[in-house]
Design a binder for this molecule. Structure first.
Ligand code: GDP
Length: 451
C-alpha cells in the first residue's frame, strides 16, 4: 500500500466470517453507487435513508438485503460508501462479495477503510489507531479507554501542546525575521513557556504505563535468593509444574515466563536466584536476565524463607527493589518456627504469609495481585497512548528540554528555534500530519480486513 494510492473502489466483508444473524459487505470509492445500481433491485438512494430490496445476478435473486448509502464526504472513509446488510452465514456473504468484485471493486487490504478515513482527514492518526485498539481490546476496560481516543481526546491534548509550542515559535521567529519592529521574546518568558509545555507533555505521558498494562498486560517478577521457593510459588500460582523444583540452590537457571489470567493478562516471571556472583557461566547469565526482568516488572514478589527470616543475603536483594513496587512473600509458612513478620520490617513492605508447597495463602496472593495491578479505573485514565505515540511525545519533550537549557543559558534564539521546530515535527508525526509510507503501512497492517 502506498500513501498515494489510486483511490479506486474497495470492498470487504465487515462482519466476522461464520454463522450469524447479519453479514455486512462494505464498498467505498467513486464507483460504489455504480456497482450497487447493477446488482440491487431498488437503487434510488437518498442521504440518511436505507433501501430494502434484493441483490440479483442476471435477474437471479441472491439475497434479500438492506442497503445503507453514505454520500461523500459524510461517510466513514470520506468517500461514497455502500453497506449491504444481508443474511449472515459464510456463503451468502461471499456470494455478494464476489458479485461486487465482479462489478468493478477490488478487495480492500487490511485497515484500508480506516486508512482512507485518515488520508481523507476524517480522523487523525491517533483516532485511526484507536479503531484498531477497540477491535483488538482484550478487556472491556481497555475498550472503554480506547473510545476516548476515538472521540479525539489524545488528538485534542496533543494539538493543545502543539499550539503552545507554535505560539512560542512564532514569537521567536518574528524577533529573528523583523528585528527592527519586533523585540525578541524575553528569556524568562521562554523558560516559563518551555516548563509549561514539558508539564503538559508529562500529563499525557502520565497515563503511558497504565495504557501499556491495558494493552499488553502487566508483568510480575518473582525474585529472592536461591531455594526460598520461587519456582514452587510460580507453579502454585499457575497450577502447573513447569519450573523444575529441587532442593539444590540455583536450579532455576533460565527465566521462565507464563501468563496468568487475572482479568488483565499477567506475565509471571520466575527468575534465577539474584546474587552478585554465580558459580558458573549459565547461572551468571540467569542472574543477568533476572536483573533485566526486574527492570521490566510492574510488580515484584520478593520471596524469602519464613522459618529462616530475612538474612543479609535477602537484604542485599531487597536493596535492588528500593524503588520498585513489591510485595514480601514469607514462604514455607507450613513449617514450624515461622516468623510471621520479619524484623526489621522493610519500609512500605506488605508481607503475605503463604506456603507454596501446600497452597495455603496462594489465593490471597492472587487477590492482592488483582488489587494492585488490575484495579485501574479507566475513568481516571485521561490519555491512552501506544508505544509509537509515547516515542513521539518523548522526542518532543527531549527537544523542548534542550530548548529550555539553551534558554536558561541565554543562547541565540535562532539556535533555540531549531529544537522548538523539531518538537513540533515530533507531535506532527504522532497525529499523522507528517508521516512516512513505512510507518503508515506498519500501523494499518495491524488492522483486520474490512476495517
Ligand atoms: P527456588 O530456588 O527459590 O526456586 O526454590 P524452589 O521452588 O526450587 O524450592 C526449594 C525447596 O524448597 C524445594 O525443596 C521445595 O520443595 C521447598 N519448598 C518450596 N516452597 C515450600 C513451602 O512452602 N514449604 C515447604 N515446606 N517447602 C517448600
Amino acid at each position: 500500500m502506498n500513501i498515494i494510492d489510486e483511490f479506486d473502489t474497495i470492498t470487504a466483508i465487515a462482519t466476522p466470517i461464520g454463522m450469524g444473524g447479519v453479514g455486512v459487505i462494505r464498498i467505498s470509492g467513486d464507483k460504489a453507487f455504480d456497482i450497487i445500481e447493477k446488482i440491487f433491485t431498488n437503487p434510488k438512494f437518498e442521504p440518511r435513508k436505507f433501501n430494502h430490496g434484493w441483490i440479483i445476478e442476471d435477474d437471479r435473486k441472491i439475497d434479500e438485503v438492506i442497503v445503507l448509502p453514505f454520500f461523500a464526504p459524510n461517510s466513514y472513509t470520506g468517500e461514497n460508501v455502500i453497506e449491504i446488510q444481508c443474511h449472515g452465514g459464510v456463503n451468502v456473504v461471499k456470494n455478494i462479495l464476489n458479485l461486487v468484485l465482479k462489478n468493478g471493486a477490488r478487495m480492500a487490504e487490511k485497515g484500508e477503510f480506516t486508512k482512507r478515513a485518515f488520508l481523507n482527514k476524517r480522523m487523525d492518526l491517533s483516532q485511526a489507531e484507536s479503531v484498531a485498539d477497540i477491535i483488538h481490546s482484550k478487556t472491556s476496560e481497555f475498550a472503554k479507554v480506547s473510545i476516548k481516543n476515538l472521540s479525539g481526546a489524545l488528538k485534542e491534548g496533543v494539538n493543545d501542546i502543539r499550539n503552545q509550542i507554535f505560539e512560542v515559535l512564532s514569537k521567536i521567529t518574528a524577533g529573528i525575521d523583523f528585528p527592527e519592529d519586533v523585540k525578541e521574546p524575553e528569556y524568562d518568558y521562554l523558560v516559563d513557556s518551555f516548563n509549561r509545555i514539558i508539564s503538559s507533555i508529562d500529563s499525557i505521558l502520565a497515563g503511558a504505563k497504565t495504557s501499556n498494562i491495558f494493552r499488553q498486560g502487566a508483568s510480575v517478577a518473582i525474585v529472592g535468593k536461591p531455594n526460598v521457593g520461587k519456582s514452587s510459588l510460580f507453579n502454585a500460582l499457575l497450577s502447573l509444574d513447569r519450573a523444575i523444583v529441587t532442593d539444590i540452590a540455583g536450579t532455576t537457571r533460565d527465566v521462565l515466563r507464563e501468563t496468568l489470567d487475572l482479568g488483565i493478562p499477567v506475565t509471571l516471571i520466575d527468575t534465577a536466584g539474584i546474587r552478585e556472583e554465580g558459580d558458573n557461566k549459565v547461572e551468571q547469565i540467569g542472574i543477568e536476565y533476572s536483573k533485566q526482568s526486574l527492570e521490566e516488572a510492574d510488580l515484584v514478589l520478593f520471596v524469602y524463607d519464613a522459618p529462616q527470616g530475612l538474612n543479609a543475603e535477602d537484604k542485599e536483594v531487597l536493596e535492588l527493589l528500593k524503588d520498585k513496587n513489591y510485595l514480601l512473600i514469607a514462604n514455607k509458612s507450613d513449617l514450624e518456627d515461622c516468623d510471621p513478620l520479619p524484623n526489621p520490617l522493610p519500609a512500605e513492605g506488605t508481607v503475605l504469609n503463604l506456603s507454596a508447597l501446600t497452597g495455603e495463602g496462594v489465593n490471597e496472593l492472587k487477590e492482592e495481585l488483582t488489587k494492585r495491578i488490575c484495579d485501574i479505573n479507566p475513568e481516571n485514565l485521561e490519555f491512552v497512548t501506544n508505544t509509537r505515540q509515547q516515542e513521539c511525545l518523548n522526542k518532543a519533550k527531549k527537544s523542548i528540554e534542550q530548548a529550555l537549557l539553551a534558554a536558561q543559558l541565554h543562547e541565540l534564539q535562532d539556535l533555540i528555534s531549531i529544537d522548538v521546530k523539531s518538537s513540533i515535527l515530533a507531535l506532527d508525526e504522532l497525529t499523522g500530519e507528517l508521516i512516512t509510507d513505512d510507518i503508515l503501512n506498519n500501523i494499518f497492517d495491524h488492522f483486520c480486513i474490512g476495517k
